[in-house]
Design a protein around this ligand. Structure first.
Ligand SMILES: Cc1ncc(COP(=O)(O)O)c(C=O)c1O
Length: 481
């Protein structure tokens, strides 16, 4: 830890690089659990950084669960902090397309939303961390200032004020879009559903990541579409060689991808891979439906680009919302459907006319007042801390064969156990103890991944969650006796 940190260009902030350096020393064993870390003043001199940078780095390491502050004694490596468990490998789903039966997903996904259960099942965001007071105040203002407009029918593409704010924010995702290229929807769910309807016919095949978000599977099922599951790596997403082979060999009507911090794997493609994916879809004229709902929830550095940033011919139908960052209940999302804009707008109109005006204007006002970035910083940090803490607990409480993803954003973990493990059995046992988990089969139309399950880290850490993790750990261990 002696060397001065170079001021080289890096997507990470200086305090994050200081924190990474210290974490590296812990992971390599130079600093052992229980060791005292250098004082703030010493580290400042060793690394030639400011005191506030060191303090910020130590705070970040505390959030990651790597160190702890002891009153009047300084900072110490936590005795429980060790390397994370191994990651799952790239998935190997069946090679042919299949029909999607989402009845289990419907049944289990509503059961895991049961508010009485410890919420490790649904990918619930942390509403306690949302700016609810500000949003409620703004909603009141919106209703007072627009007593008639707020009750009128809106028409697609939705309120200009909101589309303007969304377009401004999408610059961070590498997209230069005019408000006219955006369409407000009822959440990402509707944006994806309308996009699928715009580019497919019943019976068509859609290429998807495997495992993938079960909400997408529910949409495919209701539209009578076939799913072609493709091998997907927990770090960098869908396999392009497999996608290319599929595009060559068969008719693929669309490809649907969660581009940044996917659900459930947490994968995030490099910019180079995103460019290659968009180029590939362009070469085969295959529409690419992008779900970027988690893009703002990166743990460090800068916001990853959207696939849409690489779209030159309007083939990417971009979908996202504020459900994971501001309010899932306001149901405000949007699509940038590229060359399919007119078709998606018509479908929106015939489906539900438009999205309610008051939530649109409320979010527009919040985004315009400049508090979103500050809020996101807090939220990202909280999610990162919760993901790290959950990972550490998995290491402590689950059997050593357990593998778990290492997402660099978002708030879900994908847990894999050796083949033979029965996650549906765990789901039922956990449910009997008032704990919800999302069993792996939910994320695959071919019913793969019964040796896996997804854990939500969106809810703040509590004694209740710690206890639930112990219960899950012993139920898993019991299956291996
Ligand atoms: C990948 C993904 N897409 C879409 C959604 C649903 O989004 P919305 O609430 O905006 O409809 C979720 C919710 O968990 C999700 O994880």
């Amino acid at each position: 830890m002696k060397a001065k940190l170079q001021e080289t260009p890096s997507p990470k902030n200086l305090y994050e690089r200081v924190a990474d350096r210290i974490q590296g020393s812990i992971e390599q064993g130079t600093l052992q659990p229980g060791d005292r870390l250098p004082s703030v003043r010493t580290l400042r001199e060793q690394m030639s950084v400011s005191i506030s940078t060191v303090l910020e780095a130590y705070r970040l390491l505390e959030d990651r669960g790597a160190i702890e502050a002891r009153p009047q004694s300084g900072y110490f490596v936590k005795s429980t902090f060790l390397n994370a468990p191994d990651e799952p490998n790239q998935s190997t789903p069946p090679e042919s397309a299949c029909a999607v039966d989402a009845s289990l997903a419907f049944q289990v996904s509503s059961a895991i939303r049961d508010p009485k259960k410890v919420k490790l099942g649904s990918a619930l965001p942390n509403v306690e961390l949302m700016p609810l007071t500000a949003l409620n105040r703004l909603m009141g203002q919106v209703l007072r200032r627009n007593p008639i407009l707020a009750h009128a029918y809106d028409t697609p593409p939705g309120c200009f004020e909101l589309r303007h704010e969304i377009a401004r924010r999408l610059i961070d995702a590498g997209c230069s879009l005019a408000p006219e290229q955006l369409l407000v929807t009822n959440g990402t769910t509707e944006a994806i559903h309308l996009s699928l309807r715009a580019v497919t016919q019943p019976g068509d095949t859609v290429a998807i990541e495997s495992p993938t978000y079960y909400g997408l599977l529910e949409s495919l099922s209701s539209l009578h579409l076939q799913a072609l599951e493709l091998p997907t790596h927990p770090r960098d997403g869908i396999s392009l060689p497999h996608l290319e082979a599929a595009l060559k060999q068969q008719q693929v009507a669309a490809c649907a991808i969660v581009s940044n911090f996917s659900n459930p794997l947490g994968s995030c493609m490099s910019e180079q891979k995103k460019q290659q994916l968009v180029d590939l879809c362009e070469a085969y004229q295959c529409p690419l439906i992008e779900d970027d709902i988690y893009g703002d929830l990166y743990f460090s550095g800068k916001r990853p680009k959207a696939l849409k940033a690489f779209d030159r011919s309007g083939l990417v139908l971009y979908c996202a919302s504020y459900s994971k960052t501001l309010s899932p209940g306001l149901r405000v999302g949007w699509a940038a459907p590229g060359r399919y804009q007119a078709k998606v707008e018509r479908l929106k109109l015939v489906t539900n006319q438009a999205t309610a005006v008051a939530p649109q204007l409320t979010l527009a006002a919040f985004l315009a007042n400049g508090g979103y970035d500050r809020h996101l910083r807090k939220l990202r940090r909280a999610y990162q801390g919760q993901v790290m803490r959950m990972t550490q607990t998995i290491r402590e409480e689950f059997p050593p064969q357990t593998r778990v993803t290492r997402p660099t954003g978002g708030h879900v973990l994908w847990v894999e156990l050796p083949v033979g493990f029965d996650a549906m059995r765990l789901y039922h046992e956990a449910s009997d103890r008032n704990i919800s988990i999302a069993p792996g089969v939910l994320f695959s139309p071919s019913g793969s991944y019964n040796n896996c399950f997804r854990l939500n880290c969106g809810v703040p850490w509590s004694e209740e969650i710690a206890e639930a993790m112990k219960i899950l750990g012993s139920a898993i261990a019991h299956q291996f006796i």
